[in-house]
Design a protein around this ligand. Structure first.
Ligand code: HEM
Length: 179
């Protein structure tokens, strides 16, 4: 997992829950990195999982809800860092349909070692999209947060329903309907 995902996460934790909680979750976790991340480095996903688990225990907020809120913050990082990539699109359904064949293809050029999910478009109309998310990291709620913000970016909203295909969340169907 790329360092930018860690650095932005830890910034958000400090911002929302304070330095003490940030310190606690780092100390409680068994981190090869020692909890020191650079945005261009690459670190084990298991480190993120431990940080999330400990934060969830401290706050009583589920890992899915933490990932959802984090993704909504991460979208603004993407907007700032990759304005050109986002400017290619003028519709949220078009943009979400293009993650697999365009957006994450470009991400892979910037970060060859990025660990990305796959998104398979099952059905697409002007105002709806059915897409299947697959990833061993089961970060579907991170995807949900990014999708919510994608609609907001285009001054729109959507109703998004998740259906787990696999119980462990490594395969999830997203049913997206523009409001
Ligand atoms: C992960 C970039 C848009 C879904 C990532 C990562 C980067 C990235 C850098 C981390 C990879 C790693 O840690 O190794 C971008 C950029 C985007 C974009 C630059 C747009 C300009 C989206 C959108 C979605 C999405 C709109 C909506 C569903 C995900 C998910 C992950 C991810 C779910 C977590 C990894 C996993 O589930 O396996 N993306 N992304 N991305 N991205 Fe994107």
């Amino acid at each position: 997992m790329k360092g930018i995902v860690f650095t932005e996460f830890l910034d958000l934790v400090e911002d929302k829950f304070g330095l003490e909680v940030l310190d606690k979750i780092i100390t409680q976790s068994d981190l090869e990195s020692g909890g020191v991340y650079t945005s261009v480095g690459t670190y084990k996903f298991s480190e993120m999982l431990q940080l999330l688990q400990h934060l969830s225990e401290h706050t009583g907020i589920s890992i899915d809800d933490l990932l959802l809120v984090y993704a909504e913050h991460f979208f603004s990082v993407l907007e700032k860092s990759y304005p050109g990539l986002l400017a290619t699109y003028n519709d949220p359904i078009e943009m979400i349909s293009s993650i697999e064949n365009h957006i994450h293809v470009e991400v892979r050029k910037i970060y060859p070692d990025a660990e990305l999910p796959t998104f398979e478009v099952v059905e697409r109309t002007e105002n709806s999209l059915i897409i299947i998310y697959k990833s061993s990291r089961a970060m579907h709620h991170f995807g949900l947060g990014l999708m919510n913000k994608t609609f907001e970016h285009f001054n729109s909203t959507a109703t998004i329903v998740l259906e787990k295909i696999k119980e462990d969340g490594t395969e999830v169907k997203f049913l997206i309907n523009k409001n």
